[in-house]
Design a protein around this ligand. Structure first.
Ligand code: ZN
Length: 50
């Protein structure tokens, strides 16, 4: 699953995403020809039902 495009292009919403270069987490959109990077930020805090 790590190499599957996880989502739509955030710019044009197309699904034709492909890995960009060799770096993990970088994608390019063949529809609008933008390249972008996904990065993990961190975990959400545990949900509170306040
Ligand atoms: Zn796009």
């Amino acid at each position: 699953m790590s190499h599957a495009p996880p989502f739509h292009c955030p710019y044009c919403s197309d699904e034709d995403l492909r890995p960009h270069g060799e770096k993990h987490g970088e994608w390019e959109c063949r529809a609008c020809r933008r390249a972008f990077k996904l990065s993990y930020i961190g975990m959400l805090a545990p949900a509170s039902n306040a």
